[in-house]
Design a protein around this ligand. Structure first.
Ligand SMILES: Nc1ncnc2c1ncn2[C@@H]1O[C@H](COP(=O)(O)OP(=O)(O)OP(=O)(O)O)[C@@H](O)[C@H]1O
Ligand SMILES: [Mg+2]
Length: 1013
């Protein structure tokens, strides 16, 4: 039977790429509806999909498939005639064209495709209604940027081409699934046949496709630029999208020859009110909810109550995408559309107003949501919802802050950034929000103290979480001072908690307990139940890290009860975690499992990443205790989260946990690498192994060394020191897939480390490797003759620390050494640990005679030929103290100053003993510098005096005496202006870092210099 249609479907010279699922869905939809409209923004691929679908179903329509391109038409009055002509309807003068089509089609089963209807939507809607009513077997497939609005119409929004998953590796093989990437590759090959997606260009290709939101037209235009650009250059240039994305095929419709033209076509179809809202919405980034749009897009005579209606209209016209996935619908402009709208906004000179409106919306949002995150008011569901709300608005907050910065709205910036601390903590946005807070504090020096204090505390807390301890302390101490002045007990208690946490992570447990205790007293005095509960929680935490399990249980039980009463989910999760961990250490496995599981599920429900990582670690350890093979996987997940959060303190511990599991499964080599990597990280951040973890650590180190032999252990250790976490993770994942045999080295006889083996046999009274040169001030090094003693020689950290302890102390008993190096061990275990460390140390030094044991004490043998900067420093200071007259001290002081190249054992992860010593030595150095400066000044030698004071200031920027002496020296050198400038810089520094003005004495000097009152 002949069909009604004589014309063929338009032919495309390039194949359809991807879209198989979409095609199937469109074909299925066509069988269930008689009017199907493919909608979507310009260039999304509506026409292309309709064409392929029409070809696929043509056999189902005996009357045929008729394709009508309406894009070239601009008169709605002739739509019916054009279709009639396309259908070959015979001319019948005086008859209405629509009626003629209906007569012609009659009962035939046929499909009419009306392509690009948006600009004629009303006329097409009328005609479609008429024809579908008159012809029972007729179906219509339309493509349009806007739905037609006919009864029974089914709209089918065409999605962008699929993009690679956010976390997918940028490797060619992993990207083949993405339609956008395949489309890009295909289109580039049209202009550059040799182009192939490969590992070395994959990242740039993904960047391009993402930047273009998977929009086929944009990708096509971008690919055409590859005639003259590399893909890397293309990725870089896409910031100026509308300039780059031009030059489409000459055969393409005009609106597709440049991206701007495509969007102009849509924009021209908007009415004035739609245009206003459309351009103002461009200030949002990453989507927005209705209430935000009402606040930001209203204006120019459009009231907030009209915004919803206009949003719906823009969504109908495919300029807005609506995502109904969350609790509130979210609207979004495709990024290309957004950029176009931004141009329109600038053209209308409304940028500042719209961005200002966004800023105040952001302030309102944070001030509404942040208090709900505090103190357990929200409950699990509420907390999750509020956190999600802020998470969804991160991009908008970022834009608001940028505007605040650029327009000098410093208070607004503090009001946005300051209260976000708990959100940042719970959702793991440590890095970025910390930066927001710091920027806001620096810009807002004149802002109200209460705003500044919050941001300082928040930033300090985030710095702590990233193990940047020094910046953490600076900020929190400044916040503490301000909270004290403000009489804000909650602020004081919280600041003390953070300071206590820094001390805890650095292994200064006594100080941590003191600070947490002080925080408790403040909270109790203010009757602040949440702060009281937190303080108990922190005290318990510090206790179990020190292996004081009984007290830990008491404290955490109180915390848990109080947090449950308050309904504070995070607090409950923490307390459960602590109690579960303690139960695990005490061998109560079932109880531990129950507590830890509950903690994990609470943390997961609110998306509390740090909490999840902790519970995974403890559950992993529990599994390991039970010989369960899931242990390594749990620990690997924990590692991933801690690493993502940049919580290096925990990352070290989890690496060590993984080392223990690796060793148990025969992976001694891997264990050594993991231990060394953890050690390197501990050195970087300055933290120690917690007493509760150190027994296991010793067992793992000893076990790995015994399994591998010294030489292989040292080699693995060396590799671990160099390894990145990514290397280790890849290794762990590979090992999980197939655990190899033990390395061959294990089967060989244990040998001495290479450096030691190269030396002659040791003798008790000689220094056979040559003189020992020990540097303990600044970066620590030890040399035997010309050869450095390396990490491979030390094997692990304790032997090296033992050497420095002995060098820096009078002779010590075994118990004294134990207190300093293994505070959690006693009896046999301490004996073993000391024995192992001593043996390794003597081995590393190549001569057992360096460490002498007599009269029940160990000491470093100073009788052998050696040189030690610490000794030089201390002897020089003693000589200076003894010198008479006072001026005779100068050469001794200068010798001391020269010997001090930096802080004691700078950068090494060492115990409390060394930190105390470090502080003490730093203070001696500071005093020595001041004394040198003063002796020079007393002899009218102001140049060297100024040099000494400057060094003192560089060493300790908050030493105001040194600053004042420096100003005095400059005055004597005739550089009054420099002294005045220095005062101002000092005042700024003090304000910024500690929130106080210079001392009266310094200010008096300044006034004298400036001739002020
Ligand atoms: N899956 C695909 N495979 C191959 N080419 C595609 C695909 N999708 C889109 N294209 C190409 O991308 C360009 C834009 O697609 P198309 O013309 O279908 O967009 P549209 O949504 O109809 O745009 P407009 O609203 O402007 O009509 C065209 O050159 C088209 O051939
Ligand atoms: Mg089209």
């Amino acid at each position: 039977m002949p069909s009604l249609v004589t014309g063929r479907l338009p032919v495309r010279l390039t194949p359809l790429v991807g879209r198989q699922r979409e095609l199937q869905d469109v074909v299925d939809s066509l069988s269930g509806t008689r009017l199907l409209t493919l909608t979507g923004p310009g260039g999304i691929g509506k026409t292309r999909l309709a064409l392929t679908a029409a070809g696929a179903v043509s056999a189902c329509y005996p009357g045929g498939v008729c394709w009508v391109d309406l894009a070239p038409l601009d008169d709605p009055g002739i739509v019916a005639e054009v279709i009639a002509r396309r259908l070959g309807v015979p001319d019948s003068p005086g008859q209405d064209a629509a009626a003629a089509i209906a007569d012609h089609v009659g009962d035939w089963s046929m499909l009419i495709v009306l392509d690009n209807c948006e600009h004629l939507a009303y006329a097409v809607a009328d005609l479609a209604e008429q024809l579908l009513g008159a012809c029972p077997a007729l179906s219509i497939l339309a493509t349009s940027r806007e739905v037609l609005g006919v009864d029974g119409e089914r709209s089918w929004p065409v999605p962008p081409l699929s993009l690679p998953d956010a976390g997918a590796p940028a490797a060619a093989a992993a990207l083949a699934e993405s339609d956008a990437v395949r489309f890009f590759e295909h289109r580039v090959q049209l202009v550059l046949p040799s182009f192939r997606l490969a590992d070395d260009n994959a990242a740039a290709v993904v960047q391009v496709c993402r930047r273009l939101d998977g929009l086929p037209l944009a990708i096509e235009l971008a690919a055409a630029q590859m005639r003259v650009l590399t893909v890397g250059q293309l990725a870089e240039r896409l910031d100026d999208m509308f300039t780059v994305l031009v030059g489409g095929a000459r055969t393409a419709p005009r609106r597709h020859q440049a991206l701007r033209a495509t969007l102009d076509w849509s924009h021209d179809l908007l009415d004035e009110d739609e245009r206003v809202v459309f351009r103002r919405l461009a200030v949002f980034c990453g989507g927005f909810v209705l209430t935000a749009a009402e606040q930001v897009a209203a204006g120019c005579g459009i009231g907030p109550q009209r915004v919803l209606e206009l949003l719906v209209r823009l969504a109908d016209k495919s300029l807005l995408r609506v995502d109904r996935g969350g609790s509130d619908a979210r609207y979004q402009l495709l990024s290309i559309v957004r950029e176009y709208a931004l141009e329109r906004l600038a053209e209308a000179s409304e940028e500042k107003t719209a961005r200002g409106a966004l800023l105040w919306w952001a302030v309102g949002l944070v001030e509404e949501v942040a208090p709900r995150l505090e103190g357990g008011r929200a409950g699990v569901l509420g907390l999750e919802r509020e956190l999600d709300r802020l998470d969804a608005e991160m991009s908008n907050l970022r834009v608001a802050l940028e505007f605040a910065r650029g327009s000098g709205e410093v208070d607004a910036a503090l009001r946005i950034a300051g209260p976000l601390g708990r959100f940042a903590y719970l959702r793991g946005h440590y890095h970025e929000i910390r930066q927001w807070m710091d920027d806001a504090v620096v810009a807002g020096t004149g802002a109200p103290a209460v705003l500044r204090a919050k941001a300082l505390l928040g930033s300090g807390r985030l710095a702590l979480l990233q193990c940047d301890y020094l910046p953490a302390v600076r900020r929190v101490e400044a916040a503490l001072r301000q909270y004290r002045e403000l009489g804000d007990a909650r602020g004081v208690a919280s600041a003390l908690q953070v300071l206590g946490s820094v001390a805890r992570e650095q292994g200064r447990y006594a100080r941590a307990m003191l600070l947490h205790g002080e925080s408790l007293s403040v909270a109790e005095a203010a009757d602040d139940q949440w702060a009281v509960a937190s303080a108990h929680g922190y005290l318990g935490f510090a206790c179990w890290l020190q292996a004081e399990f009984e007290r830990a249980t008491q404290e955490c039980t109180i915390a848990l009860r109080m947090f449950r009463e308050l309904g504070d989910v995070e607090g409950i999760a923490w307390s459960l975690l602590s109690l579960g961990t303690v139960a695990r250490y005490q061998g109560a496995r079932e109880q531990a499992a129950a507590l830890l599981q509950e903690s994990r599920s609470l943390a997961e429900r609110i998306g509390f990443r740090e909490g999840i990582a902790w519970s995974l670690e403890q559950l992993g350890l529990l599994a390991a205790d039970q010989g369960d093979r899931s242990a390594a996987a749990l620990l690997r997940n924990s590692l991933q989260i801690h690493h993502d959060l940049r919580d290096r303190w925990r990352t070290c511990s989890v690496l060590e946990d993984l080392a223990a599991t690796a060793l148990e499964q025969g992976g001694a080599h891997q264990a050594a690498r993991l231990l060394a990597a953890a050690e390197a990280m501990r050195v970087t951040i300055g933290t120690v192994i917690a007493p509760c973890e150190s027994a296991q650590h010793t067992v793992t180190v000893t076990g790995a060394r015994a399994a591998l032999g010294d030489e292989a252990f040292a080699a693995a250790w060396q590799q671990g020191l160099q390894a990145t976490i990514d290397d280790l993770q890849a290794d762990l994942a590979g090992q999980a897939a197939a655990r190899p045999d033990r390395p061959a080295a294990h089967r060989g006889s244990p040998r001495r480390p290479a450096a030691a083996a190269a030396k002659q046999e040791p003798g008790p009274s000689a220094a056979p490797g040559g003189a020992l040169r020990i540097r303990a001030l600044g970066a620590a090094t030890v040399h035997r003759g010309d050869a450095a003693v390396t990490a491979a020689d030390w094997g692990y950290a304790k032997p090296r620390e033992l050497l420095f302890l002995l060098v820096a102390s009078p002779p010590m008993t075994k118990d004294q050494l134990g207190d300093a190096l293994w505070p959690d061990l006693s009896g046999q275990r301490l004996g073993n640990a000391l024995h192992t460390a001593l043996r390794t140390l003597r081995h590393a030094l190549g001569d057992p005679g360096w460490i002498v044991y007599s009269d029940g004490r160990y000491r470093f043998n100073t009788e052998q030929e050696h040189e030690c900067d610490l000794e030089t420093f201390e002897q020089a200071l003693a000589a200076a103290r003894a010198a008479r007259p006072a001026a005779a001290a100068l050469p001794h002081l200068q010798r001391a100053v020269t010997a001090y190249r930096g802080d004691f054992l700078a950068g090494l992860a060492v115990g409390e003993w060394a930190r105390a010593r470090r502080d003490e030595l730093a203070r001696s150095f500071e005093s020595a510098l001041l004394a040198v400066g003063r002796l020079h000044a007393a002899a009218d030698r102001y140049q060297p005096a100024a040099a000494a004071f400057r060094r003192a200031v560089a060493h300790e920027p908050l030493n105001e005496t040194a600053h004042r002496e420096l100003m005095n020296s400059w005055v004597h050198l005739g550089e009054t202006a420099r002294a005045v400038r220095h005062y101002r810089e000092l005042a700024e520094l003090l304000q910024e870092q500690v929130g106080v003005p210079p001392a009266a004495e310094t200010t008096a000097l300044y006034r004298r210099l400036t001739g002020g009152p």
